[in-house]
Design a protein around this ligand. Structure first.
Ligand SMILES: NC(=O)C1=CN([C@@H]2O[C@H](COP(=O)(O)OP(=O)(O)OC[C@H]3O[C@@H](n4cnc5c(N)ncnc54)[C@H](OP(=O)(O)O)[C@@H]3O)[C@@H](O)[C@H]2O)C=CC1
Ligand SMILES: CC(C)(CO)C(=O)C(=O)O
Length: 325
C-alpha cells in the first residue's frame, strides 16, 4: 500500500517507521525540514521498545501527493492547514489518528475522498531530528467516519497496520465514534490534570487526585449521550482508570507540552466537551474549569517554563521542530 504520513513528528514517525518495515508498503513522511533532512540522510532511527533504522521517503512539501492512504498525525490545531495541503493531492482514503474531537469533521469537510476516524494508544516522543522513541504500545482502531464508501477501505487500512504487526482493529461508523469519545474522556481526565500538576499519569491513581477522574468522566459520558453516542458513565470511568494504571509512569502529551511552553490541544479535548455540552444544555463545570485553567496558562505561557522544544538541536526555540508526546 502507498501511504503518506502527514505530520511526521512523534506518533507519525513511529507509525510511519513501523509501516515502512513492510516490503509491500511504500511510505512517505511529510514533516519539517530538520527531521526530513535527517531521515533522508541517516534514515529514521526508532529507539525505546525496539531499536532499528528504516528508510521511508520524506518531504517537507505535503502538496500534490498521491497515495492509497494519507494518515493525519499533526496536532489538532494544524488539521485545517493539513487538510488544505491534502486537498491538492489524490488519496483513496484519509485517516486521522489524532487525539481530540473534530479532526475527522475538518477533513471530511475539506476532502472528497473517504475519511476514516482513528485513535491509537501507541506512544512516541520525537527526541531529535531523525529519531523517535517508542515508549508505549497499545491499540489502534480505525473506522468509517461517514458513509462515503468507507467500509471497504477501513478494513484495508486495518490490514495494512496489522501487516506491520501493529494491533489494529476495524470498527463500524458507530464504533469509531464511541471509541473516539471514550479516548476523549481519557484525555479530558488525564491530560489537563497532569499538566497543571506537572505530574505523571499515575498521580491520578490515588486520592485526592483520583477523585477528579469520576466527575470529569461522567461529564464527558453525559455529553456523548446527548449527541447520540452510547457511552456509559461506569465504562467511561473504568476506561480512564485503566489508562491511568497502564500509563502511570508516562507524562501525558499535555504535560509534555506545558513543560516546554508549547501550545496544547485543550480546545479539542475539554473545550470540545464544553462546547457540545453547551449546545445540549448540559453543565460540565469540571471540564470547563480545566479548559479555562489551561487556556489561562497558554495566554501567559513562556513565563518560567522551559522554552526548550526538546528536539535535541539545542536551539531552545520553536523553530519548526516539535517533539510531541
Ligand atoms: N505522541 C504520541 O504518543 C501520541 C500522539 N497522539 C496524537 O497525535 C497527534 C500528533 O501528536 P504528536 O506526534 O505527539 O505531535 P508532534 O508535534 O510530535 O508531531 C506533529 C508534527 O507535524 C508537523 N506538522 C504540522 N503541520 C505540518 C505541515 N503542514 N507540514 C509538515 N509538517 C507539519 C509538526 O511540526 P511543527 O510542530 O513544527 O508544526 C510536528 O513535527 C496529536 O493529536 C496527539 O494528541 C495520539 C496518541 C499518541
Ligand atoms: C493516553 C494518554 C493520556 C497517555 O499519556 C494520551 O493519549 C496523551 O498523553 O495524550
Amino acid at each position: 500500500m502507498e501511504i503518506v504520513v502527514f505530520g511526521a513528528g512523534s506518533i507519525g514517525s513511529l507509525l510511519g517507521g513501523l509501516l515502512a518495515c513492510v516490503p509491500d508498503h511504500d511510505v512517505t513522511l511529510v514533516g519539517r525540514e530538520a527531521h526530513v533532512d535527517a531521515v533522508r540522510q541517516e534514515g529514521l532511527r526508532i529507539t525505546g521498545r525496539e531499536a532499528f533504522t528504516v528508510r521511508p521517503d520524506a518531504t517537507t512539501d505535503g502538496t500534490g501527493l498521491a497515495a492509497d492512504l494519507a494518515l493525519v498525525t499533526v496536532k489538532a490545531f494544524d488539521t485545517e492547514s493539513a487538510a488544505r495541503e491534502l486537498r491538492t493531492g489524490d488519496f483513496r482514503a484519509v485517516c486521522s489518528l489524532q487525539n481530540g474531537m473534530g479532526n475527522e469533521d475538518v477533513l471530511a469537510g475539506a476532502l472528497d475522498c473517504p475519511v476514516l476516524g482513528g485513535t491509537t494508544s501507541y506512544g512516541a516522543v520525537r527526541e531529535a531530528p531523525g529519531e523517535v522513541t517508542w515508549n508505549g504500545a497499545g491499540d489502534l482502531v480505525v473506522g468509517p467516519w461517514e458513509p462515503r464508501d468507507c467500509d471497504g477501505v477501513a478494513g484495508e487500512v486495518a490490514e495494512a497496520f496489522r501487516a506491520a504487526e501493529i494491533d489494529a482493529e476495524r470498527v463500524d461508523a458507530d464504533g469509531i465514534r464511541k471509541r473516539l469519545w471514550e479516548k476523549l474522556a481519557v484525555n479530558a481526565a488525564i491530560n489537563p490534570t497532569t499538566a497543571l500538576a506537572r505530574a505523571e499519569n499515575g498521580a491520578l491513581a490515588a486520592p485526592p487526585a483520583a477523585d477528579l477522574v469520576a466527575p470529569i468522566a461522567r461529564e464527558v459520558a453525559a455529553t456523548a449521550q446527548a449527541v447520540g453516542v452510547d457511552l456509559g458513565e461506569a465504562e467511561t470511568i473504568e476506561a480512564v482508570e485503566a489508562v491511568v494504571d497502564a500509563t502511570a509512569e508516562n507524562e501525558s502529551s499535555m504535560c509534555h507540552d506545558v513543560r516546554r511552553g508549547r501550545r496544547t490541544e485543550i480546545d479539542v479535548i475539554n473545550g470540545y466537551v464544553v462546547e457540545r455540552a453547551r449546545e445540549a444544555g448540559i453543565d460540565v463545570p469540571t471540564n470547563r474549569t480545566l479548559w479555562t485553567l489551561i487556556r489561562a496558562w497558554e495566554a501567559g505561557r513562556g513565563h518560567g517554563e522551559s522554552s526548550d522544544d526538546g528536539d535535541g538541536d539545542g536551539d531552545g526555540d520553536d523553530d519548526g521542530d516539535s517533539d510531541g508526546a
